[in-house]
Design a protein around this ligand. Structure first.
Ligand code: APR
Length: 313
């Protein structure tokens, strides 16, 4: 392949991302983890599936960062996942250290790369990646909205018994309990769901979307979701590699857009070969803008505690 993607963290999300990237022949893949043998074993296993899956992507596993040299995209999934009863925010201290050390090692080897952050708490981890890499803000992108919107779409399709392909949904805000699903902009074959369902049913789906991650954590008991997070990440990587100019909800560094200053938050962006090529500003009704601001406040609070972790007194 003429493109190279490094995936940091060869756990559930990372290995599934590697599998999807290879099966779609989007790029050669380097899988890196701190656990000896884990990325090598998973990479070899994926290589051995290649003759059956009919792809020629090269996949290598490594414990050191040299293998990532000159990557076009680096996807960061390293960290610890949630356990039942934990919120994404509970991971803050552990994952801040992990993401900080990963980005410090990756950035000098791939200075032109676009970083896609998956580790939670997502929006706060994007801050760590932006500050540590010193990359321009269009090159640090958080994966959240695509996942949350896919969950909302899945629930809409189950509710109305229609193809998922007919569904479209927008979920904005932080990747946490305060996320902002927008029913007005969520459609089935172009028809807003507000015309297809009662307010009560919409509210139930919105609530299920907000708790989508926790629902899976509760079922799995050990670890958190990974199929849908991996699919969402690969959709973003594909839009960037193919310069598709695709509008997707992603966590982006806002400087005044939506009235939010210097904060990562989920908003619609245009993804292409330069990463975030545009932040799309859609008109929000007053209650939607208030919900987005509340979500921004929750992310801001987390980023403030992050600063305390980074600079203990
Ligand atoms: N460098 C590289 N890899 C690391 C590091 C590090 N410093 N620290 C941890 N890892 C690796 C672990 O060894 C593990 O293999 O990250 C991997 C994480 O995999 P899982 O535990 O399976 O977690 P996963 O479900 O993939 O979730 C990873 O994504 O969705 C988020 O909340 C989730 O933050 C979590 C992340």
């Amino acid at each position: 392949m003429d493109k190279k993607i490094t995936v940091i963290g060869a756990g559930n999300v990372g290995a599934t991302v590697a599998q999807l990237l290879a099966e779609k022949e989007l790029a050669d893949v380097v899988l890196i983890d701190i656990v000896e043998g884990l990325p090598q074993g998973k990479a070899l296993d994926l290589k051995e599936a290649a003759p059956i899956e009919k792809h020629d992507a090269n996949i290598v596993g490594a414990n050191s960062y040299e293998a990532s040299l000159g990557s076009d995209i680096v996807i960061i999934t390293a960290g610890v996942p949630r356990k039942p009863g934990m919120s994404r925010d509970d991971l803050l201290s552990t994952n801040t250290k992990i993401v900080g050390s990963v980005v410090a090692q990756i950035a000098p080897l791939s200075p032109e790369a676009i970083l896609i952050i998956v580790s939670n708490p997502l929006d706060a981890m994007c801050h760590v990646a932006l500050e540590t890499s010193r990359f321009s803000k269009n090159k640090v992108i958080g994966m959240a909205g695509v996942l949350d919107s896919a969950r909302f779409r899945a629930f809409i399709s189950m509710e109305l018994n229609v193809s998922v392909e007919n569904t479209y949904a927008f979920v904005l805000g932080g990747h946490g309990d305060s996320m902002v699903p927008l029913p007005r902009y969520s459609t089935v074959a172009g028809i807003p769901i507000t015309e297809l369902m009662s307010e009560e049913r919409i509210n139930a789906l919105v609530e299920r979307t907000r708790n989508g991650g926790a629902e899976i954590v509760g079922l799995l008991k050990a670890g958190s979701a990974y199929y849908a997070p991996a699919s969402a990440t690969v959709e973003m990587a594909e839009a960037i590699l193919k310069d598709k100019k695709k509008i997707l909800p992603c966590s982006a560094y806002l400087q005044g857009e939506y009235g939010v200053e210097n904060l990562f938050l989920g908003v619609p962006v245009k993804l292409g070969s330069n990463g975030i090529e545009n932040i799309i500003q859609i008109n929000l009704k007053e209650d939607e803008q208030v919900a987005l601001q509340n979500s921004a406040n929750a992310v801001k609070e987390l980023v403030e505690s992050l600063k305390k972790i980074q600079a203990p007194s």
